[in-house]
Ligand binder design. Structure first.
Ligand code: ADP
Ligand code: MN
Ligand code: MN
Ligand code: MN
Length: 336
């Protein structure tokens, strides 16, 4: 039976890459990613190649059934250059987690955005809604905006087999969050990107865009959007040691610049020290501290210093592949 394969990849735009995709029809497909062929695209239209030598290669790395199309799959791809080497825009290729020892739970925040008003859903065309307070985890038409889209997205993710762990309305009007967890850094990144893709595509149906920017309302008194990265490896999961936890946290201190470089564009606008963030200029960690760069969850302390850490600095527009890669590298550098 003819099957629709939606090959999805990240373009070469800087500082923030966007999703691109195109459909390939095949006669049949087993559902297994290793049975998929590489494909190519015009890299000169995506800032990934010069016009004179424009072919880039799509290498399928992750596939799930497409919940919105009949006889169809979504196919997340890495981009290779014309020689078959990872393209410079390909962050996934630099994740050093071949044994899937690293588990990641990303909390993806975003705004549902009305293209007509250029404001979040729930914002009147000419001004602002009431101040923050009633919107977080709210119910009711005065406070929760866009639930139909959010619910459809949740169902689509679950039907595709993505490991969504929860959703909630966030602190600003029109702002929402979903959480995805996976054992294996590459898979966690794949799942976040496919979930982002589904949200964008569902939004099309409603004429609603997704604003991934970390501070779309500027320096007004509205929260920005993050993508907290919760992470663990077997060391952290079985540490039984406050010293080991602190040694991992300390490994992040000299790596601040390297981390911030991939934690999403314009993060200086979001990491101000207000709105449950730490200043971009500081590095701190602490138990249960939502004003720290890295939070040690109470869970870890209650489990005799075993469990996971939460890096609160990555923002909503960050590439989860690059975030995971730098976290893994930094954890491995810890002096234990
Ligand atoms: P909060 O909003 O309080 O920061 P959430 O419940 O939104 O917390 O997110 C917590 C995240 O931590 C979830 O995505 C969960 O999957 C993740 N998590 C839990 N245990 C681990 C672990 N051992 N390793 C990595 N991530 C974990
Ligand atoms: Mn959360
Ligand atoms: Mn949140
Ligand atoms: Mn969090």
């Amino acid at each position: 039976m003819a099957t629709k394969l939606e090959y999805i990849w990240l373009d070469g735009y800087k500082p923030t890459q966007s999703l691109r995709s195109k459909t390939k029809i095949v006669k049949s497909f087993s559902g297994k990613v290793e049975d998929l062929d590489n494909w190519s695209f015009d890299g000169s239209s995506t800032e990934q190649a010069p016009g004179g030598s424009s072919d880039c290669i799509l290498k399928p790395v992750f596939t799930v059934p497409d919940p919105q199309r009949k006889d169809a799959y979504l196919v997340m791809c890495e981009v290779l250059d014309s020689k078959g080497q990872p393209h410079e825009s390909n962050g996934r290729a630099h994740i050093e987690d071949d044994d899937n020892d690293f588990w990641f739970g990303f909390e993806q925040e975003y705004f549902l955005w009305d293209p007509a008003t250029n404001k979040p859903l729930g914002f009147p065309a000419g001004g602002y809604p009431g101040p923050q307070g009633p919107y977080y985890c709210s119910v009711g038409a005065n406070n929760a905006f866009g639930r139909e889209i959010v619910e459809e997205h949740l169902d689509a993710c679950l039907e595709a087999g993505l490991n969504v762990e929860g959703i909630n309305a966030e602190v600003a009007a029109g702002q929402w969050e979903f959480q995805i967890f996976a054992k294996g850094a590459k898979e966690a990144g794949d799942q976040i990107w496919v979930a982002r893709y589904l949200l964008e595509r569902i939004g099309e149906k409603y004429g609603v865009a997704v604003n991934w920017h970390c501070k779309p309302l500027g320096q007004l008194d509205w929260n920005g959007s993050g993508m907290h990265a919760n992470f663990s490896n077997s060391l952290l999961r079985t540490a039984n040691s406050e010293e080991k936890f602190k040694a991992v946290c300390e490994a992040f201190r000299p790596a601040v610049a390297e981390c911030i470089a991939v934690y999403g564009a314009d993060n200086d606008q979001r990491l101000t020290g207000k709105h449950e963030t730490a200043s971009i200029h500081d590095f701190s960690y602490g138990v249960s501290d939502r004003g720290a760069s890295i939070r040690i969850p109470l869970y870890a302390v209650e489990h005799n210093w075993s469990g996971y850490l939460e890096d609160r600095r990555p923002n909503s527009a960050a590439d989860p592949y690059k975030v995971a890669a730098v976290i893994i590298k930094t954890v491995k550098s810890a002096k234990i």
